[in-house]
Design a protein around this ligand. Structure first.
Ligand code: WTA
Length: 657
C-alpha cells in the first residue's frame, strides 16, 4: 500500500501575489551575494566569527550540538563591550556617531560618538565596580529609551554581570516576578520616563516592586526629569553620584575576558502558562549572530544611518539597536517617544533630520501611520531611505504596499524579518539585492538554517500546505535554555516534534520555497507585536476579588494585529456595569502592564465548557471574531455559547499601543 500523503495541519487560502525582484542597482552594491546560500553551516559561521568579531582567546570548535543544547565558538573568550565600543575607538573611528538620540520633547537632542560612548561606559563601569557589581552579579533594569540604557547594557557586558531589561510598560507586579526569578542584587531605573506627553513613574513602580524582592541591595536612579523623587537612604543612589569623579580612561577598567558561553542576559517572554520564561542568551554566538545578520539583512555600509524604531526593552532593541549595530560600528538613531508626539509627522521629521537610510519597524506602527494618512510623510524629504524592514508579526500585504509606496518611494526593498526572543537573531528574511520580495512573505531561511513546515505528526506538508514552523538546525544566537527551568525548555521547544525546534507559529511554504507566517498556534497572543499569553491575562482577571471566572482569546484587529477579548463571569452580587469594565481593565494593567488590558470584555453568566470542565476557547474565538459558531455538541451546556454570542460586544474597542 502506498504511504498516505502527509496532510496539512492548517487550512490556508492561496492568493495571487505580487512579486518585486531586487532592483539591479541595489543588487550591484549589496553586502549579500547569491553564493551566500551555498555555504556549509559551520564554515559560514566560522568565517563570520573570525572576520567580524575580535576574540581575546580563539575558539577551538565552532559548534558543539547536543540537542537541545548548543555551544558555539567553544573555548573562545571575548568581550561584547570591547567589540561594540573600544575596538572602534582604537581603530581611529572614535569621531563616528554611534547614536543620534532624540528626546520626546521637541528639540531635545544628543549626538553620541563612539568616543563619547566609550567614556560614558567606562565611567559607569568604574562606578559600578566600586558599588560591588562583579562578574556574575545579577542586575535588573527598568529604563526607557534614553542613552543611559545602552550605556548600562554595555557596562554590564564589560563586567560580565548578567542582567534583565524589563520593558518600561510593565507593572510593579510583573517587575517583581522577573527580578525575583533572576534574584537580582542591583536594580537600575530612571526617576520618570517621558512618553506620549505623559510622565511615567518608573522609580515609583520599582519602589512598589521591590517590596516583594528581598535580594536587591542597591538601586541606581538616572535623573531624567526634575520631578520629585523619593530616595530610600542606604538603598537608592543617583546615577550621577555613582559616576561622579570616575575615570573615563578605558585602561582604568579593562574589559573582562569572558567565555563564549558566559550569560549575557535573560529576557522574559510570555509562554503558554502564567509564568513568563527567562530566555537565556550568552556571549559569543549571540554577538556573531546579531552582527552578521545585521550586516547582510540591513546591507549596512559605513555611511548608513540606521533607525530601528523598536523599544530596547524587547529583544529587537537588544539585538538590533544595541549589540548587532554597535558591533558593526554603525550609526543609529534612538527616539524616546511615541510616533505621534506632538503630531504624526514626528518620525518623518526624524528621518529627514538625520538622513536615515534604513528604517526597521513593526507592522502595527505602519498601520497606525496608514490610519493617520500619507500626507504627514509627504511633507518630508525621505529620499535618504534606501531600505525598509518589518518585524513582530505577519505584515499584511496592504500595509506592505503602503510602506513601500509612501515611505520607501517605491525604490526601497522591504525586509520582512521573522524571529523571536528565543532565536536572538533574525532567522527568516529576504536578503536585499538577492531575494524577490512578495508582500506578506518573510521569504527564506537565513543562510545555513534549515526550516520546515510540518503537520501534527511532524511530517513535512506538501508545498503550499499549512502547518507548524520548525527549525531543524542550530544557529549561533539561539537561546541556551529557560532560566532555572530546564524541563520547561525541553517541553516547550523540543518535545512536540522530536529533534526539531517548535517555534509556536503556523506557516506555509509556497511553490518557490517562500515562507508565509500565519501567527501563533498556541495560547500566545500577539498584540502590537508584543507577546502576551491568554493565561497571564486570565490569571490577572481572576485575581480580581469580584471575578469568578475568566477566559481570554485574541481576535483579529486592523491596527494591533490581534486584540485581547476577555469573557468574564462575575461573582454573584456584582453587576456588569461600565465601571466594572473599567475596573477590570485597570486591574489587568496593574497586574501585568497597560499592554495587556483587554480591548473588549464580554460579561457572561457562564463560560462554554466541555463536559470535563475545559473552557472551549475555539468557540470563544469564533464569538470574538463574529464567525458562525463551530461544533457545539461537546458542550456541557450548549445554551451558554448562544447567550454569549447574542451579547453584543458593546464597549468601544480600546487600544493601548
Ligand atoms: C511573531 C520579536 C510574522 C511570531 C522579534 C513570533 C512574526 C513572535 C514576525 C516572536 C514576522 C515576529 N512575521 N510573525 N516577520 N516577526 N513574529 O519574541 O509569532 O517578541 O513567534 O520577538 O512574533 O515575538 P518576540
Amino acid at each position: 500500500m502506498a504511504p498516505e500523503k502527509p496532510k496539512s495541519a492548517i487550512e490556508t487560502l492561496q492568493v495571487d501575489v505580487k512579486k518585486y525582484p531586487p532592483p539591479a542597482a541595489f543588487a550591484a552594491q549589496a553586502n549579500a551575494k547569491p553564493e551566500i546560500y551555498d555555504q556549509e553551516l559551520e564554515a559560514f559561521w566560522d568565517k563570520e566569527a573570525k572576520s567580524r568579531i575580535s576574540w581575546f582567546k580563539p575558539y577551538h570548535k565552532v559548534l558543539e550540538w547536543n540537542l537541545p543544547y548548543a555551544k558555539w565558538f567553544v573555548g573562545g573568550e571575548l568581550n561584547i563591550c570591547y567589540n561594540c565600543v573600544d575596538r572602534h575607538v582604537e581603530a581611529g573611528k572614535g569621531a563616528k556617531v554611534a547614536y543620534y538620540w532624540e528626546g520626546e520633547g521637541v528639540g531635545e537632542r544628543k549626538t553620541i560618538t563612539y568616543s563619547d560612548l566609550l567614556k560614558d561606559v567606562v565611567k559607569l563601569t568604574n562606578g559600578l565596580r566600586k558599588l560591588g557589581v562583579k562578574k556574575g552579579t545579577h542586575c535588573g533594569i527598568y529604563i526607557a529609551m534614553v542613552p543611559e540604557l545602552p550605556v548600562l547594557m554595555l557596562a554590564l557586558a564589560r563586567i560580565g554581570a548578567p542582567f534583565t531589561v524589563v520593558f518600561a510598560g510593565f507593572s510593579p507586579d510583573s517587575l517583581a516576578d522577573r527580578f525575583n526569578d533572576m534574584e537580582v542584587e542591583f536594580v537600575f531605573t530612571q526617576n520618570e520616563g517621558l512618553r506620549g506627553g505623559k510622565r511615567l513613574p518608573l522609580k515609583a513602580n520599582v519602589d512598589e516592586a521591590l517590596k516583594q524582592v528581598p535580594t536587591v541591595k542597591k538601586m541606581v536612579v538616572y535623573k531624567r526629569t526634575d520631578g520629585a523623587t523619593a530616595m530610600q537612604v542606604g538603598r537608592d543612589l543617583w546615577w550621577h553620584d555613582v559616576t561622579a569623579g570616575q575615570s573615563d580612561d578605558p585602561k582604568s577598567c579593562p574589559c573582562e575576558s569572558l567565555d563564549s558561553e558566559h550569560m549575557l542576559y535573560l529576557l522574559y517572554t510570555s509562554g503558554t502558562t502564567a509564568k513568563p520564561k527567562g530566555i537565556m542568551h550568552t556571549t559569543g554566538g549571540y554577538l556573531v549572530g546579531t552582527a552578521t545578520t545585521h550586516h547582510y539583512i540591513f546591507d549596512i555600509k559605513p555611511d548608513d544611518v540606521y533607525w530601528c524604531a523598536a523599544d530596547i526593552g524587547w529583544v529587537t532593541g537588544h539585538s538590533y539597536i544595541v549589540y548587532g549595530p554597535l558591533a558593526n560600528g554603525c550609526t543609529g538613531v534612538i527616539y524616546e517617544g511615541t510616533p505621534n508626539f506632538p503630531n504624526a509627522e514626528r518620525w518623518w521629521d526624524i528621518i529627514e533630520r538625520y538622513k536615515v537610510s534604513i528604517l526597521y519597524t513593526a507592522p502595527t506602527a505602519i498601520r497606525a501611520h496608514m490610519k493617520w494618512g500619507p500626507q504627514h510623510a509627504a511633507k518630508h524629504d525621505l529620499k535618504s531611505l534606501r531600505l525598509l524592514g518589518s518585524v513582530g508579526e505577519p505584515i499584511n500585504p496592504e500595509a506592505w504596499e503602503w510602506y513601500h509606496e509612501h515611505i520607501g518611494g517605491r525604490r526601497c526593498p522591504i525586509v520582512d524579518t521573522w524571529w523571536q526572543t528565543e532565536t536572538g537573531m533574525i532567522l527568516i528574511t529576504p536578503l536585499p539585492g538577492i531575494t524577490t520580495l512578495k508582500p506578506g512573505s518573510a521569504t527564506k531561511p537565513f543562510p545555513g538554517l534549515v526550516v520546515a513546515v510540518v503537520n501534527d505528526k511532524g511530517e513535512e506538508v506538501p508545498l503550499g500546505g499549512g502547518g507548524y514552523l520548525v527549525l531543524k538546525s542550530p544557529w549561533p544566537a539561539m537561546l541556551r535554555g529557560i532560566y532555572k527551568a530546564p524541563e520547561r525548555y525541553v517541553q516547550t521547544y523540543w518535545s512536540r516534534f522530536p529533534g526539531m525546534y517548535f517555534a509556536g507559529d503556523g506557516a506555509r511554504m509556497d511553490k518557490d520555497g517562500d515562507l508565509w507566517l500565519m501567527g501563533r498556534v498556541d495560547d500566545v497572543m500577539n498584540v502590537s507585536g508584543h507577546r502576551i499569553s491568554t493565561i497571564e491575562v486570565e490569571s490577572a482577571l481572576v485575581d480580581h476579588p469580584k471575578v469568578a471566572e475568566a477566559a481570554v482569546c485574541g481576535r483579529a484587529d486592523a491596527l494591533t494585529g490581534q486584540a485581547i477579548v476577555a469573557f468574564v463571569t462575575l461573582k454573584s452580587g456584582f453587576e456588569a456595569t461600565p465601571e466594572m469594565l473599567a475596573e477590570l481593565r485597570e486591574h489587568v494593567g496593574k497586574k501585568i502592564g497597560a499592554l495587556a488590558k483587554p480591548a473588549n470584555i464580554v460579561f457572561t453568566p457562564d463560560l462554554p465548557k466541555t463536559r470535563s470542565g475545559k473552557i472551549m476557547r475555539r468557540l470563544l474565538r469564533d464569538v470574538a471574531e463574529n464567525r458562525p459558531l463551530g461544533d457545539t455538541t461537546t458542550l456541557a451546556d450548549a445554551a451558554v455559547v448562544k447567550e454569549i454570542a447574542t451579547r453584543a460586544v458593546t464597549e468601544a474597542t480600546q487600544h493601548e499601543v
